[in-house]
Ligand binder design. Sequence first.
Ligand code: HMG
Ligand code: MG
Length: 310
Amino acid sequence: MGGRLPDPHPSGGLPSQVTIWEVGARDGLQNEAATVDVAVKAEFLDRLAAAGLSVLEATSFVHPGWVPQLADASDLLATLQRRRGVRYPVLVPNERGLVRALQAGVDDIAVFASATESFAQRNLNRSLDDQFTMFEAVVGKARAEGMRVRGYVSMCFGDPWEGPVSVGQVVEVGRRLLALGCEQLSLGDTIGVATPGHVEVLLERFARAGVGGDTVAVHFHDTYGQALSNTLAALRCGVTCVDASAGGLGGCPYAESATGNLATEDLVWMLDGLGIVHGVDLDALVETSGWMARRLGRPSPSRVVRALVG
Ligand code: HMG
Ligand code: MG
């Protein structure tokens, strides 16, 4: 295995460097039927850090009954050897979650809003407006504690219950998160229905609202095989932070049509081909995803993992 890399051919209008926000341990494992042992999660995160990933979304401090797969969040953070220079953000929905995160020594969190009423109800048990009331207290206290705070927006490109989602509605939710004190937005295509033109329209609308590529990350699920094309469209719009999950693990337990995220290996392959700096060792990453796939008992859906391992 290993040793193969794409022949680099840079293309104009793209950033020279991209930060990969690795969500496999959170978005990936939150959706696994099997419960993954806390020691395996800690080793997964450490292998990802050793492969060069510098932002590792580790887990969620949500209600343990809502996402039992991540009920071990406190244990995981106690077990994990956090490396210097690596960020380990966690999801926090409310003040109870923030207290738990602070007790675990977390200094980097993400709140997660919905662009639609239906998903706010299903994912947060709140109305669209009430989600901001819940986040207001979290973001204010977190910032006062010196934490970094990201704000996710889910269902940015379509919602399984409501259908199309207007660009204006997404921009409004994003602006409200920034107004609360979030330093970065991550625009989620929770069910993977986005296509590149839609990505461009949304990012242009954010840019016109004063929210540029330095403030926005993209979070694509690969349900319809569009995640990589959508990422390229976002890079062309000036985005420099891309969410991905090792081996393409992932989904959302409260949105059944959501499948895995953009696979980190597929992203790395494209970035290497474009000559864009990202800091990740592809062989070490592929080996880690193969190791995790054996623990989960099913092959990785990543095309690059399959090509390099098979
Ligand atoms: P709720 O039932 O409305 O909570 O859930 P509540 O505020 O009414 O509290 C009820 C009880 O739960 C209380 O206990 C609280 O203390 C407890 P009691 O006093 O009755 O004994 N509780 C908690 N316990 C531990 N940790 C907590 C916590 N909060 C309350 N944090 C809540 C509201 C937000 C908690 C719930 O809806 C929830 O946990 N939702 C999370 C769902 C989730 O994690 N979804 C997946 C992540 S989002 C995603 O994947 C999308 C993303 O990837 C982007 C994309 O793809 O688009 C980010
Ligand atoms: Mg997601």
